[in-house]
Design a binder for this molecule. Sequence first.
Ligand code: PAF
Length: 295
Amino acid sequence: MKLIAKSAEMQSISESHRLAGKKIAVVPTMGYLHEGHISLIKKAKELADVVITTLFVNPTQFAPNEDFEKYPRSPERDYNLAQENGSDYLFNPATEEMYPGGFHSAINMTGITDKFEGEKRHNHFNGVATVVAKLFNITKPHIAVFGQKDYQQTLAIYQLVRDFLFDLKVVVAPTIRENDGLAMSSRNVYLSSAEREKAGVIYKSLSDALLVIEKGENRRKIINAVLHNTLRSVHEIKIDYASAADADTLEEPDVFLPGEHVILVIAVYLGKTRLIDNALITIPNDPHIKKHYFV
Ligand code: PAF
């Protein structure tokens, strides 16, 4: 695997692969790779001839009060993991390479990014969109692979690709979980062992809500109450949001109809660590649940 730090070099390598008729997949990451990232690299390898993993902790997607400085970093370990799992290139630019003096542009996202993460993390999606657009122009991929763990981010990326006509396909791969269901995340390393033991409640609350939906519940308030009640069983948890929403638009109707895709989204603080998770479900086509949306 080749380590590349300069955008111009990465662009020219990608261009030569394109001219040779090779299919390129990019896996954008902020490093501190875990099984979740590895599954994305493996997915990219399945779909393309050339895999580029990018490693850049993007300052513009962190608010001043957030964890940019202490975000975990381990570039050597990341290099080895990316290589072992089939990446052909690791693009690891310095901050000045991505945002040199004179860089004064930013993408401003609205709509799908206004609520949930967008509301709680001011400017976050503008930073994500700006860096991802730049990474697309540097790596020139046919395919870009993202994780479902950052569900709203995947909607933002679809929007970005549609709005700017990026000529690539976005692929979203499933969340990879620890044994107790905790979604793999670079930020899990912040958890103390006591907090880590309690973190499984996030997945439990998603599972409880999925169960009531499967049994016929389609009222948003009741589904949200199930999410909140399970989360509240752990006193150390502070809920940032926990809601059911339309999986495509993130709208929050009172009642979801059979066949509609629903996303359950959660963000909580466990101690000082902010964790997010989500689960997708289709409202079952079961006639007995009609009573909920005809009343
Ligand atoms: O999901 C992430 O790790 C980041 O938001 C991304 C897409 C690499 C952009 O910095």
